[in-house]
Design a binder for this molecule. Structure first.
Ligand SMILES: O=C(O)CCC(=O)C(=O)O
Ligand SMILES: [Fe+2]
Ligand SMILES: [Zn+2]
Length: 633
């Protein structure tokens, strides 16, 4: 009953109507799927006879469409996957309000824009390569993607816009009136490249009114998700929050769009029903984009896309040991010292599988927690002799104040005897080392502490925050509004941005090794991540917005003169370095450590985890000494 119609697709310039007309010659058509941008379609007939009839009579048929002729070829298919008609949601923060202005108001607004090419000093008008633009209030400069805030244009916005802006205010779409207007004029076939409106130039809400003709605007998330949104003429697009700050928007230059067949209710996400799409010829569209000039730096929750929050000199991924030490000192050790109190207040619930590991240890076991933080794992199993160490003196102090055994130490050289431990844990620590050598050295040091037969549990943050079709709590947190950091539960309402990752359009090139002007290969820059989003690179800086009593965060106020400040709270924002692990990377690294076997490895809430067992002592001096001790015992 089903046929694929090769060449008979929207992507080939074939409209749904003209295809359907041909297909009906074969018999009664039950359904027709026309996937967007594809050069094929799927047809289902009411009976196998009708289908056979169509195949016999229509295969090889030429079809005239849009100044070209295509030849349709048919093949039988067993079934047609209707599941692909999944409806997709608009990007968060996006609204399309249909019929926001009446046809009369539309005409008035169109007449308000004078395109005659004289230079009044009230507006600035430019013919760009792909469209015409005109600016009111302030000129938007395409050379630096910003506005000259000290140079408002006389005259402000056209009075014809007053009524609609008042309506936006009354309906609560905006809380202050915009003071900048960009009018774009797109002829059929013209568009605008994907971009995020500069954060530092404009406040959060951006309004865009479509006049004269509809278009399709493409929204893209940095993780690759993309949503095509139909903007009918006389509709108002409202971009806020994530859709304004993190997603790019753009209009692909083309003469036809794929749109839902029904004109009514034609706004919003386009790919909701593949059996309901057709081609629409583009007319001349005028858009009015209203924005409010921003006078203080942007402090949005999307640092990866935020020019205000870009670090003056982002570090590069280190190669040499010295560079690695400096990076970790500045972006790990110093940061934990400064945020210790606030950090500790967010670390209370043990991860269940770590707790299970600890409770599986026989009474009397000796346990070392390397990178113990505030010591939250040290009291889990009271039958075990536990000791913790951490690089942060402030965290160790919190740990000992709670009655745990703790000392300050670097995880690369722990002042404990080789073979002295029955078990070791390293939870969310090794991802803070900035070279592969140092990460592996940290595993080796952990294993050195174990006696033969002893077990170690290692957790590191995973690049894959979505695993087996399940989003980690870290990612889910974004939509639920509860607070999680690094998979750890936070009771506080804050921390909207204390989790990792961000990215901007520049990043894709910055992530690669590049050559400086002298032919030297330079290391990729480490960028600030936007919390609660997918990781786009393995090496990144995760922002920490300091909250609570700054006095308790020792040193946070005194030594942080060069630390950026969160605009609303006036508290410093810190950046922690992370290397997030790809699937298999942690195990691979452990295979390279002598004298150990991997008992199990798993993914747990956005972390890669391994349980290791020490199989034998290796030939390092310490271990030989240890072997003698073992022998004497
Ligand atoms: O044409 C539109 O609706 C959007 C224009 C735009 O994105 C801009 O000027 O920044
Ligand atoms: Fe824009
Ligand atoms: Zn921003």
């Amino acid at each position: 009953m089903h046929l694929v119609v090769s060449n008979g697709g929207l992507g080939n310039g074939v409209s749904r109507e003209s295809l359907l007309e041909v297909l009906k010659e074969g018999g009664t058509v039950e359904s027709l799927l026309t996937p967007p941008a594809k050069p094929y379609a799927f047809v289902t007939y009411s009976s196998t006879e009708a289908c056979q009839n169509a195949y016999t009579h229509l295969n090889g048929r030429a079809l005239q469409c849009q100044e070209q002729s295509v030849t349709l070829y048919f093949s039988y298919v067993e079934k047609v996957d209707g599941d692909r008609s999944v409806s997709r949601a608009l990007p968060p923060g996006l609204l399309v309000l249909e019929d926001f202005v009446s046809p009369e108001e539309e005409l008035q607004l169109l007449h308000a824009v004078d395109w005659t090419p004289h230079t009044d000093d009230v507006t600035v008008q430019k013919a760009l390569k792909h469209r015409r633009v005109k600016h009111y209030g302030y000129e938007f400069r395409y050379d630096n993607n910003n506005v000259d805030k000290d140079k408002p244009l006389p005259g402000g916005l056209p009075v014809e816009c007053d009524a609609l802006l008042q309506r936006c205010l009354a309906d609560g779409h905006i809380s202050v009136l915009p003071d900048q207007l960009t009018v774009n004029q797109y002829q059929s076939g013209q568009g605008i490249p994907p971009h995020v409106d500069t954060h530092s130039a404009f406040e959060d809400t951006i309004l865009s009114l479509s006049l004269g003709a509809k278009t399709v605007m493409d929204f893209k998330h940095p993780d690759g998700r993309s949503v095509a949104v139909v903007l009918p003429e006389r509709s108002l697009l409202v971009m806020k929050g994530e859709s304004r700050y993190l997603w790019t928007h753009g209009i692909t230059p083309r003469k036809f769009d794929v749109v839902p067949v029904l004109e009514a209710g034609g706004s919003g996400v386009m790919t909701s029903d593949l059996s309901n799409l057709t081609l629409s010829r583009r007319g001349t569209r005028i858009s009015m984009t209203f924005r409010k000039i921003r006078h203080t730096p942007c402090n949005c929750a999307y640092p990866s896309a935020c020019d205000s929050q870009r670090l003056p000199s982002p570090p590069t991924v280190p190669v040499a040991e010295g560079d690695a030490c400096r990076l970790e000192s500045q972006y790990v050790h110093q940061v934990y010292e400064e945020i210790s109190s606030h950090f500790s207040s967010t670390r209370h619930s043990p991860w269940p599988q770590v707790r299970d590991f600890l409770l599986s240890l026989p009474p009397g076991s000796v346990l070392a927690d390397i990178g113990c933080g505030n010591g939250k794992y040290l009291g889990i199993n009271p039958e075990v002799m536990s000791v913790g160490c951490d690089r942060s003196a402030n965290l160790v102090q919190i740990c000992t104040e709670r009655g745990h055994e703790g000392f300050v130490s670097d995880a690369l050289s722990v002042p404990l005897r080789s073979g002295s431990c029955d078990a070791c844990i390293s939870i969310a620590v090794i991802h803070h080392f900035s070279t592969q050598e140092r990460r592996q050295a940290a595993v080796r040091e952990l294993i050195r502490l174990l006696k033969v037969g002893g077990r170690a549990l290692i957790y590191v943050w995973a690049m894959e925050q979505e695993y087996n079709h399940q989003k980690s709590k870290y990612l889910k947190e974004r939509t639920t509004g509860t607070s999680m950091e690094n998979g750890k539960e936070l009771k506080t309402e804050e921390n909207k941005s204390n989790q990792p990752e961000e990215h901007d359009r520049k990043m894709s090139s910055d992530m690669k090794h590049t050559e400086d002007g002298f032919g030297n290969v330079t290391q990729p820059r480490i960028h600030v991540h936007t919390n609660r989003t997918a990781f786009l690179s393995q090496d990144l800086l995760v922002p920490w917005h300091l909250k609570g009593n700054a006095d308790k965060n020792k040193g946070a106020t005194s030594s942080s003169t060069d630390v950026p400040v969160d605009n609303t709270s006036q508290r410093p924002v810190f950046h922690r370095y992370y290397h997030v692990f790809q699937q298999g990377e942690l195990e691979e690294m452990c295979f390279g450590v002598a004298g150990v076997k991997v008992l199990r490895s798993y993914h747990d809430q956005g972390n890669w985890c391994v349980e290791l067992e020490k199989t034998h002592y290796t030939s390092s001096k310490d271990d030989i000494a240890q072997e003698k001790i073992e022998f004497i015992e």
